[in-house]
Ligand binder design. Sequence first.
Ligand code: GTP
Ligand code: PEP
Length: 209
Amino acid sequence: MSQPWTVVVPVKRLTAAKSRLRGGVPGVPHEELALALAADTLDAVRACPGVAEVRVVTDDPRVRAMARLAGARVLPDPPQAGLNAAFRQGAAGAGGWVAGLTADLPALRVAELAAALDAVRAGPAGVRRFVSDAPGTGTVLLAAPPGVPLDPRFGPDSAVAHAASGARPLAGDWPSLRRDVDTADDLVAAARLGLGPRTAALAAGCLTG
Ligand SMILES: Nc1nc2c(ncn2[C@@H]2O[C@H](COP(=O)(O)OP(=O)(O)OP(=O)(O)O)[C@@H](O)[C@H]2O)c(=O)[nH]1
Ligand SMILES: C=C(OP(=O)(O)O)C(=O)O
């Protein structure tokens, strides 16, 4: 069997996470919602064939507990260093195939993640690959083959930044993987695809649109 994947999932402190979503879903406590988005994302990653290890990088005690229950290994955030440093921390020493995934994919289908990871393996040797988000400007997944540093460039316009750094986009039809949730409208779009159980239990009845 070919080498399995390590998937790195950074999660911001819940008090600061998903600030663009804050107040966007009336009646739903914001930190519970941010936690549910991450929990549903992690459940899909854990269930994905070929994923041997999930590493959650966080400083948040509730996220830490949730991630451990979900079977992930938890690493601390490098102090004040931000998202790309969190990805680097998580990827350090992984050895084999490594993917970085955002934690805001509550509609994520296991089969779509598996298909994306398979497409990375089937592609050109030695090349980093990424999956852009639904609008095409951001990144939801960045993957590196064994021996190639992940070299994350997440942040504003990260699709362009990843391409400029030599990573190549993956073109698959993976709506649930590309549906990251930054705003209330994004959550409505994710609900149309089908939310994971944690997010659905909290928010499904509170969404309009
Ligand atoms: N560990 C860690 N994770 C981060 C950090 N910044 C962002 N993330 C995570 O990276 C992923 C993508 O980030 P964003 O989509 O910008 O999420 P966010 O920063 O919570 O959202 P906004 O506050 O609205 O920008 C999410 O899973 C965040 O939880 C960080 O400094 N440390
Ligand atoms: C973190 C990213 O963006 P957003 O916050 O828009 O999801 C990104 O796409 O790299």
